[in-house]
Design a protein around this ligand. Structure first.
Ligand SMILES: [Zn+2]
Length: 136
């Protein structure tokens, strides 16, 4: 067990690092970026089909943002290049999700929401096209 302790606290430093604000920012980025995988996995297990929740995109953006700032501070072009363009699909997916949520129509019979392209309520089968035509 001492081998583990000596690995974790190399030279009396946790993970051998000097823990300044930049290292903490980099690790915070790693934690955020990695946690998105567990959030997506949990959502998928809950629904019993593959789901990518919006939290996945927010965690991706937060984590990659922290890592990008850390990479710029360290002047590490490998880090910077790895995260400089990733925000484009994250923001695009969040915008598409927002647009789809805004287009949803609420069923008058059961109050559940259906996609904007649905003709009938997926929950009770009521005609939701009539609601859309009525401007609700
Ligand atoms: Zn319904």
């Amino acid at each position: 067990m001492s081998w583990l302790l000596s690995t974790v606290t190399n030279d009396g430093k946790l993970l051998g690092a000097d823990w300044d604000a930049w290292v903490m920012l980099g690790w915070a980025g790693n934690v955020l970026f990695t946690s998105r995988i567990f959030v997506q996995w949990w959502a998928t297990e809950r629904k019993k089909h593959v789901v990518v929740p919006t939290a996945f995109w927010w965690l991706s953006m937060g984590g990659s943002g922290c890592l990008l700032v850390y990479g710029v501070h360290r002047r590490d072009l490998v880090f910077v290049f790895a995260y400089v363009f990733t925000w484009i699909p994250y923001i695009r997916n969040l915008l598409i999700h927002h647009r789809m949520k805004r287009a949803e129509v609420q069923c008058a019979a059961c109050q559940k929401f259906s996609p904007g392209t649905a003709r009938f309520c997926a929950n009770c089968g009521a005609n939701v096209e009539l609601l859309r035509e009525a401007g609700q």
